[in-house]
Design a protein around this ligand. Structure first.
Ligand SMILES: Nc1ncnc2c1ncn2[C@@H]1O[C@H](COP(=O)(O)OP(=O)(O)OP(=O)(O)O)[C@@H](O)[C@H]1O
Ligand SMILES: [Mg+2]
Length: 280
């Protein structure tokens, strides 16, 4: 693997903390059905940092991202926002938190109200940004710009419902929302899983540009350690709900300590090696 990406030298020392967590745990069910999806994890994410959380299916990545967004309460532990205990106990406080913290979820269809047309999805973002309802021209200009940003044509989307779009189009639409909202923190849970490789690279580039433009912190959730290495400043490796290793992407991936990280790296397909189908 060679790294051609963003930060060859990255330091979190002088960066301000935005989200952090101590002993964060989430248990689903009880008795025989008990599942510790997130198990006593600690993390520190800084302003403007590109962090990847890497792990296999079922390792607890989506559960952790829902806790970060405030959609799930942890069973134990605490989340801190800018170093202070995060308080999203009232609807008003939650709305305020979501102004600055947004997410793109793995399953884009579950994130939209299927009875709302696409226009409503984008208009809601403009409302959150404080664009006047009466200024129709400005609304269309901003929505068109956001759609162009992700290679969608606004004119083709108006009057459509989410279920009339493909998975890839829906994921693009979610990223167009981020372009309109410009949150300070973005939680991106496998945000391009339904998008072809070529557009994926373009969209990841766009996210990096947004980060530069507005100093956005990106918490990027993926099972792809090669991509995480290429794109991130720091990585957290998750196995069965636990963080088994974390640190700067270069340090962790070029010099892995945990057996699980080593295995994930060894599992990255190497394009020049012949496949031994007997072992697949
Ligand atoms: N609402 C729920 N109720 C019960 N168990 C759950 C619930 N949500 C997740 N789990 C369990 O928690 C564990 C972690 O799930 P999670 O969705 O966080 O994994 P993931 O790392 O995002 O996986 P994937 O890469 O497949 O998306 C799994 O064993 C899952 O079955
Ligand atoms: Mg998931």
């Amino acid at each position: 693997m060679t790294k051609t990406g963003n930060n060859e030298i990255y330091s979190t020392e002088e960066k301000a903390l935005c989200l952090s967590g101590k002993g964060v745990t989430k248990v689903f069910g009880s008795g025989d059905k008990k599942c510790i999806a997130v198990n006593n994890v600690n993390f520190k994410f800084h302003e403007g940092e590109f962090v990847s959380i890497v792990g296999e299916s079922g390792s607890g990545k989506t559960t952790l991202s829902k806790i970060l967004l405030g959609l799930l309460n942890p069973t134990d532990g605490e989340i801190f926002f800018k170093g202070e205990p995060r308080d999203i106990s009232s609807i008003k406080k939650r709305k305020e938190y979501w102004k600055g913290t947004q997410a793109i979820f793995q399953d884009p269809f579950s994130s939209f109200n299927i009875f709302n047309k696409i226009d409503t999805v984008l208009l809601d973002c403009l409302k959150m940004r404080g664009v006047k309802r009466s200024d129709k021209q400005e609304q269309v200009r901003l929505m068109t710009e956001a759609c162009n940003f992700v290679n969608l044509k606004f004119a083709e989307l108006t009057n459509k419902y989410p279920f009339e779009l493909s998975g890839g189009q829906m994921q693009r639409l979610m990223i167009a929302r981020i372009f309109l909202l410009k949150p300070k923190i973005l939680i991106a849970d496998e945000p391009t899983s339904m998008i072809d490789a070529c557009s994926r690279a373009t969209i990841l580039d766009m996210l990096l540009k947004l980060r530069e433009e507005i100093g956005m912190t990106i918490i990027f959730i993926t099972h792809d350690i090669g991509l995480a290495y290429y794109i991130s400043d720091s990585v957290y490796i998750m196995e069965h709900g636990k963080i088994v290793e974390s640190g700067l992407a270069d340090e962790v991936i070029l010099n892995p300590k945990a057996a699980y990280t080593k295995r994930l790296i060894n599992d990255v397909p190497k394009i020049h090696e012949a496949w031994d189908l007997d072992t697949v």
